[in-house]
Design a protein. Sequence first.
Length: 162
Amino acid sequence: MVGVMFEELIVPVFHGVHSMQRLVEAARASYGLGLKTFVASRAMGAAAQQGIPELHRLAYKLEKNLLVLRDLPDVVELLSPKKLYMVVPPSVPNSNRINWGEVVETVKSGEMVAFAFSGGEPNFSKKELELGEAVYVVEKPLESVGLLAITIYEALKQLGSL
């Protein structure tokens, strides 16, 4: 893992978002916490029309990576993360509390983990959830940008990167 920083191996995926503001805030939080790459998948409406150009501008200014993809299967195909965590509220059936030890072990071995967050309502579909492991990070239902920030912060903290 020589030359690879943990911040390069943690990739947030913001999926199914309609709101330009929410999309841009998610990217700002990700980049602000030091991550190198942000992925937007299935951006719709204002998020697609105004948010994506703003994300490109932001990523360019910060010298960060941005991927805009059609859907979650594209994320899996192109990034091939060792693990895709579908971060959901604790009320989602068959979801488990995230195992931070597993995240740390995967990243420290030099492999990528992706954390997918639903940027809209309702949450992920059953078919989307099958693409990864449904996990919750906090016991309380939070909106997606707050959940993304807490998840990234905790992952970096667990890795000793803060």
